[in-house]
Design a protein around this ligand. Structure first.
Ligand SMILES: [Zn+2]
Length: 357
């Protein structure tokens, strides 16, 4: 089974690599089953939506900057309306070879250079979210491996965790993160579940599983899987939670006008996995005020390490509309299930993955 997973991962990785320079976007407005939209969903006006007062929102960000790119405007609006926000940084972005080379000025870089880069990106993130109105304590840094989240689907025990080829770490070691977390799927889902249980969000904002960056796609699926198991244990009701997805790396997103059509035929990470389950996403526009857009710009400018190497792409997200795809409870349950089945994880689930409880 391990070999099947490995082969599939290699195939998926190849698809990701061929799919182009990481960075993408969202999908097509497909017909939706309105009956299955959560009761707590925001009121939809045409293809836009309102932010209700006091809403609790958790934003999962694979790397420092994704929270601003995807939801910098939404975060401000939620706070303005008296709501609560948590931003969860899955990684410190410590596996970005091109960025580390640029930062160090050396072609040959060391593991310590990657760790220092992660520390710097953490500091940038704190500054960025302050422009959005968030305090340091409203951000959670998990410190999982950049460029390695998808690999965690193959590592489900802390006895044999994944090791980052960049930092050479197999556990979180940043002062700001939970030092004991091992790089394995169990530790990751345990943290996601703890955050969901403690914060009790009304809205969960995740990277779209179709995003072409493996860390983004994996983050989306890991969170959906946690929600699915919460629901099956009756610890949370998917009828009371709204789950929204966002794109960052998807072909020519957000500039291309065709992304909605393209993504309707795209599965997890650009693969064929879970195409059917995902194709019905409803895409909503969130419109920002001039002031909100200005603050978003300031937040993005707080990431000089990223602007330096990816500025052309990042600046494309400075536009007055943020786009979110709404998932139904059925999609939340079916996407990780389809993903696991495809990877062959179900047959050995009892020995490799956490139980439902
Ligand atoms: Zn990212």
């Amino acid at each position: 089974m391990r070999s099947i997973r490995t082969v599939l991962t290699i195939i998926l990785s190849a698809i990701f690599l061929v799919s182009l320079p990481l960075r993408g976007s969202a999908a097509e407005s497909a017909p939706k089953d309105q009956d299955s939209v959560p009761a707590g969903a925001p009121a939809a006006e045409a293809n836009g939506f309102d932010v209700p007062s006091g809403v609790r929102v958790v934003v999962f960000s694979p790397h420092p900057d994704d929270e601003t790119l995807a939801a910098g405007g939404l975060i401000q609006r939620v706070l303005e309306k008296g709501g609560k926000v948590r931003v969860v940084f899955m990684t410190n972005g410590d596996g970005y070879l091109e960025g580390v080379r640029k930062e160090s000025g050396e072609a040959k870089v060391l593991a310590s250079d990657f760790v220092n880069y992660g520390i710097k990106r953490h500091e940038e993130a704190l500054k960025a979210i302050s422009h959005l109105g968030l305090k340091q304590k409203q951000a959670i840094f998990l410190g999982f491996p950049d460029q390695g989240l998808d690999h965690l689907w193959q590592y489900w025990t802390s006895l044999k965790p994944y090791t980052s080829p960049y930092t050479h770490l197999n556990h979180s070691r940043y002062r700001s993160s939970y030092m004991r977390l091992k790089y394995d799927g169990r530790d990751l889902e345990t943290e996601i579940e703890r955050i969901l249980q403690d914060f009790k969000p009304d809205w969960v904002i995740i990277p779209d599983p179709r995003d072409l960056h493996p860390d983004h796609a994996a983050t989306g699926v890991f969170v959906l899987d946690s929600l699915r198991r919460f629901d099956s244990d009756e610890r949370i009701s998917l009828q009371k939670i709204s789950v929204f997805t966002y794109l960052v790396h998807y072909r020519d997103y957000p500039d291309a006008g065709m992304w909605k059509k393209w993504i309707a035929a795209t599965g997890i990470g650009g693969s064929k996995i879970a195409v059917k389950e995902l194709s019905g996403s409803q895409w909503l526009d969130f419109s920002m005020s001039t002031e909100e857009l200005s603050k978003k710009q300031q937040a993005l400018n707080s990431y000089p390490t990223q602007m330096e190497v990816l500025g052309g792409l990042l600046r494309q997200f400075i536009r007055p509309v943020e786009i979110f795809g709404r998932l139904t409870p059925i999609q939340i349950i079916e996407v990780p299930t389809a993903y696991e089945k495809q990877l062959g994880l179900f047959s050995g689930a009892s020995e490799s993955r956490p139980s439902s409880s």
